[in-house]
Ligand binder design. Structure first.
Ligand code: ZN
Length: 163
């Protein structure tokens, strides 16, 4: 992603009100976020434990989606995989998130759900947590592929929110 200001970030959200976007808490490390190394910015709201945010570029513009984590979690003994970054983790590190759909549909209570890494840090994991069966290949090439796939899947989720 291109570097983004706090105001651009808050204005990028498609499925929450201005008031909600202004009230969200940015990651504490926002100013130091290496945007150019990440295809998706994702974080949990430090002040509102079940809320989280994903921002991805689309047609050159940042587009943000506010999500809400289910308050139940899978057991840490259950193996799980994040469908966005395709990283295998314990069940307690992957959470079901729902996003209100854009516009009237969302106001009527329509949501879209998906499992995602509980900390929403998929973009970092796609680059750094290479599955064993891909470790014989060039790590930079694998990270680039995993990152491109993650971006496509997050855009797919975004399409469902915008539909
Ligand atoms: Zn993930």
């Amino acid at each position: 992603m291109r570097p983004i200001t706090e105001q651009q970030l808050r204005r990028s959200f498609v499925n929450c009100s201005r008031g909600e976007a202004d009230a969200m808490t940015l990651p504490r490390t926002f100013a130091a976020t290496p945007c150019d190394e990440l295809v998706v910015l994702g974080w949990r709201d430090p002040e509102a434990p079940l809320r989280g945010y994903l921002v991805v570029e689309r047609d050159g513009q940042p587009v943000g989606v506010a999500v809400r984590a289910a308050d139940t979690r899978m057991s840490s003994a259950t193996p799980a995989m994040c469908p966005l970054c395709q990283t295998a983790q314990s069940g307690s590190d992957v959470s079901l998130f729902t996003a209100r759909r854009k516009g009237d549909a969302g106001r009527d209570g329509n949501t879209v759900g998906t499992y995602i890494c509980a900390d929403l840090a998929c973009a970092i994991r796609a680059r750094t947590e290479i599955p064993p069966w891909l470790r014989e290949r060039d790590p930079d090439e694998v990270a680039a592929e995993r990152t491109a796939e993650l971006e496509q899947r997050v855009r797919g989720f975004l399409d469902a929110v915008l539909r």
